[in-house]
Design a protein around this ligand. Structure first.
Ligand SMILES: Cc1ncc(COP(=O)(O)O)c(C=O)c1O
Length: 429
């Protein structure tokens, strides 16, 4: 590799992921030599003459710092520059609106992030775009759900929050045979542990808010595809709806990305240790983690382990004995773990999906998907796992002692009520 101001990662070297995360697609600043792309906080770019500019015209269309992040994320998956958005949900919206028209149909995993379900129900359905929620762990069910107007299959694996797995290669075969595009929301594993494009998917999508930026500092989203025409179309739609990432957020995400391989493996190690500890705790009813022998989809988990080098990510879901009231007491009793909505960052976060991330998913759909009222989602951070375990041990013990008030306080009870109707909803992110 030359030490000049050339673009790193463009010489055809077969770099490991650790190198790609730090060097891939990154170019020192051509004007100063700064090794980090500066934050270009500018709305517009001065033209040298009519029709003559340096590649950027207006920051709703493109911005140099955002472009640097796009090159880095593309390089990580052996793809052209990714397309970066203001949030993960903006990326999902951008994908759906770029591929689907009124009358079209999309097949979606029956367990996905709650915001994806809300987008389908309250934005896309009124536009005439229909969706079928299908058990995508069964490729036959995916094939059966694809109709003449199906344009896209959208899967999440491991799915938020039950960690249900889908075999990307099998579903990709079905999609190819039917001429339908396959998108994978790979937010939970990231390209470090799973590379959907190498497994036959057309699109890999990320909430960069989670592991990619990884420090609870930004919201953002990205889409990677090797389909150049789709990449162009995504950019045109992003410019048309105005959902590009902001430069400072892009810069922070570039910084976070460098340590992604180190962080996601450490998150995974701690998560496995905590899942094993929870599983043997007498107050815990069940634990969902693909790295545990008890995980229901044994064969799919083994297949994932082969691809990921035995790492299964940092999310563990569990239920405590005593149902929802006991679960709420645990979430209210933690001190180190923070009761909050995000995942995939340095701080351990504990979330109650039914009242928080999946509050807008209709109750019947939640119940079918196994998102029970008592389910707790733990995003294992990078603190000492011993400290996290000590915090959980204390919370489980204090939850086992019923409080004088009889358990769940009034505010918590109110939260657990099903939301009135999708259209009326403003809560739940
Ligand atoms: C799997 C998954 N995809 C997408 C999103 C949406 O991302 P964002 O919150 O950045 O809009 C989330 C958010 O929790 C998520 O968990």
């Amino acid at each position: 590799m030359s030490n000049s101001l050339e673009s790193f990662g463009t010489h055809g070297e077969a770099w490991d992921l650790e190198t790609l995360a730090i060097r891939g697609g990154r170019t020192p600043d051509p004007t100063t030599g700064a090794i980090l792309t500066p934050i270009v906080q500018s709305t517009t770019y001065v033209n040298e003459a009519v029709g003559k500019h340096k590649g950027h015209t207006y920051s709703r269309a493109s911005n140099p710092t955002v472009s640097a992040l796009e090159s880095a994320l593309g390089a990580l998956e052996g793809a052209p520059p990714a397309v970066c958005y203001s949030t993960g949900l903006a990326a999902i919206t951008g994908l759906f609106l770029s591929l689907l028209r009124s009358g079209d149909h999309v097949v979606v995993s029956d367990v996905v992030y709650g915001g994806t379900v809300r987008l389908l129900n309250i934005v896309l359905e009124p536009l005439g775009i229909s969706a079928s929620c299908v058990d995508t762990s069964d490729p036959g069910a995916v094939a059966a759900a694809i109709g003449p107007r199906t344009r896209l299959v959208f899967i999440e694996t491991p799915a938020n929050p039950t960690l249900k797995l889908t075999d990307i290669e099998s579903v990709a075969r079905v999609c190819r045979a039917k001429g339908v595009k396959l998108a994978v929301d790979n937010t939970f594993l990231t390209p470090v542990l799973l590379r959907p494009l190498d497994l036959g998917a057309d699109i890999a999508l990320y909430s960069t808010t989670k592991y990619i930026e990884g420090h609870n500092a930004t919201v953002g989203g990205s889409i990677t595809t090797r389909d150049e025409a789709l990449n162009e179309r995504l950019r045109l739609f992003r410019k048309s709806v105005g959902s590009i990432q902001a430069p400072f957020e892009a810069w922070l995400t570039l910084k976070g990305l460098k340590t992604l391989p180190l962080r996601i493996r450490e998150h995974s190690r701690s998560a496995r240790r905590i899942a094993e500890w929870l599983e043997q705790h007498p107050a815990v009813e069940r634990v969902l983690y693909p790295g545990l022998a008890s995980f229901p989809q044994t064969a799919l988990a083994a297949g994932l382990g082969e691809l990921s080098g035995g790492f299964f990510g940092g999310i563990v879901s569990f239920e405590v004995r005593g149902g929802v009231e006991a679960g709420v007491r645990v979430m209210n009793a933690v001190r180190l773990c923070s009761l909050a909505e995000n995942l995939g960052a340095t701080e351990t976060l504990i979330t109650h999906p039914v009242s928080m991330t999946h509050g807008d998913v209709p109750r019947e759909q939640r119940e079918r998907a196994g998102i029970t009222d008592g389910l707790i989602r733990l995003s294992v951070g990078l603190e000492s796992p011993a400290d996290i375990i000590a915090d959980l041990a204390r919370a489980l013990e204090s939850a086992a002692r019923k409080p004088d008030s009889g358990g769940v306080d009034r505010a918590a009870r109110k939260e657990l009520k099903p939301r009135p109707s999708a259209a009326a909803v403003v809560g739940g992110v």
